[in-house]
Design a binder for this molecule. Structure first.
Ligand SMILES: NC(=O)C1=CN([C@@H]2O[C@H](COP(=O)(O)OP(=O)(O)OC[C@H]3O[C@@H](n4cnc5c(N)ncnc54)[C@H](OP(=O)(O)O)[C@@H]3O)[C@@H](O)[C@H]2O)C=CC1
Ligand SMILES: O=CCCC(=O)O
Length: 352
């Protein structure tokens, strides 16, 4: 059950929430208004699970926040925490991506282990299950720096088994674990408008609620570890199929002599309207794909979603067909383009 809370940004949090927020971000005075990133819309709705409605009521010690993984998503998320006054320590495999954040005031540690050891709560935003495991559990991985009283929040998109593996090892140190994959892409990450799909330790969820609210517009608490990962995969499975279907529509419109720009407009006014179509349609028509969500990650999510479906014998033929298109697009060197480049897999020159 969800409770909808009408709010604009942290400046509208309750005084209790603000007090907890400032305890996480010691440089934030109780009045937060100017410290938080501006939200693009003057009014937005925040959806919280019913259990989360008092999530900011706990009195926590001041927290040092770690952030591992500074790619398209991790960088702006960490940046929003820093801009909000949080005490943030960063690490990224490619060190140069830490530099802009260090310029903004972040501290740097040379390994996930050292970040986790020096922070109360550590977030991880990694590419895929393999990198999430490597950073959490590998040599000098975060698990080596975890102990009772600390928390690890994995916001990467991974499968249920991976999340359970990481969560289990983290919890074995006495620390808490929360999975919190996000819906929303590069721009929502920059604007602090992500949607968190969380599951795991409820106490950690409550502890980091104010931090999630800096980076996002809503958060769902879904129970035991795996539920957040699974929900995220279902959402992205739908999105991947939608994009593949939209691609077919754009190309068919053009083939029959109609203007695909008009199709985008027609779609935007009807029941199947989706921001994704209006945002990406115009550039797809021009065959340009500025990367917000890399195609390789969308294909990874289709693969993981199909595995999830297989595990419960759920038939997903549409998603399976869409996945094949993403695989074709990858095989033609489009992995690092935006996932809307899947349309290229339907063009004659790319046909096998
Ligand atoms: N982009 C989007 O719109 C969204 C993405 N997501 C998900 O968020 C996660 C991150 O996505 P995004 O930021 O776009 O991806 P990027 O590819 O931009 O960033 C991936 C991050 O993972 C790191 N990484 C990759 N492999 C390893 C490894 N073996 N060891 C250590 N670090 C590694 C990269 O480090 P390095 O810089 O050194 O390469 C980088 O920090 C993914 O799980 C994705 O599915 C979720 C919602 C939206
Ligand atoms: O995982 C990527 C999600 C992208 C989006 O929600 O727009």
């Amino acid at each position: 059950m969800s409770l909808l809370v009408n709010t604009t940004n942290c400046s509208r949090l309750s005084s209790t929430a603000m007090a907890v927020c400032s305890s996480f971000c010691p440089h934030i005075p109780t009045r937060l208004t100017k410290s938080f990133p501006a939200k693009p819309h003057s009014l937005s709705f925040k959806a919280f699970s019913s259990q989360a409605s008092n999530a900011s009521s706990k009195d926590e010690l001041p927290a040092r926040v770690g952030f591992l993984g500074l790619g398209i998503m991790g960088s702006p998320m960490a940046q929003n925490l820093i801009k909000s006054g949080c005490d943030v320590t960063v690490w990224n495999r490619t060190k140069s991506k830490c530099d802009p954040l260090i310029s903004l005031g972040a501290k740097y540690k040379p390994s996930p282990e050292e970040v986790a050891a020096s922070c109360d709560v550590t977030f991880a935003m990694l590419a895929d299950p393999e990198s999430a495991v490597a950073v959490a559990l590998g040599k000098h991985g975060a698990v080596n720096g975890m102990s009772s009283g600390k928390g690890y929040v994995d916001v990467s998109t991974v499968d249920v088994a991976t999340s359970k593996l990481i969560g289990g090892k983290i919890k074995a140190t006495g620390a808490s674990f929360l999975e919190a994959p996000v819906s929303g892409s590069k721009k929502p990450a920059e604007d602090g408008q992500l949607i968190f799909l969380t599951a795991g330790d409820k106490s950690l969820y409550e502890t980091v609620a104010s931090l999630l609210d800096i980076m996002g517009k809503s958060r769902f608490y879904l129970g035991e570890v795996g539920n957040g990962a699974a929900m995220k995969l279902v959402v992205n499975m739908i999105m991947g199929s939608m994009m593949a279907s939209f691609s077919e529509g754009l190309l068919l419109t053009e083939k029959i002599g109609l203007d695909p720009k008009v199709l985008v407009e027609v779609v935007s006014q009807g029941a199947i309207s989706a921001p994704m179509y209006s945002m990406k349609g115009p550039s797809m028509i021009q065959s340009v794909y500025p990367t917000a969500f890399p195609l390789k990650h969308q294909q990874k999510d289709m693969r993981l979603a199909l595995g999830l479906a297989e595990s419960v014998s759920q038939s997903t033929p549409i998603a399976a067909a869409a996945n094949e298109l993403y695989k074709v697009a990858k095989s033609h060197g489009l992995s690092d383009e935006d996932f809307s480049a899947v349309i290229e897999a339907l063009k004659p020159k790319l046909k096998h």
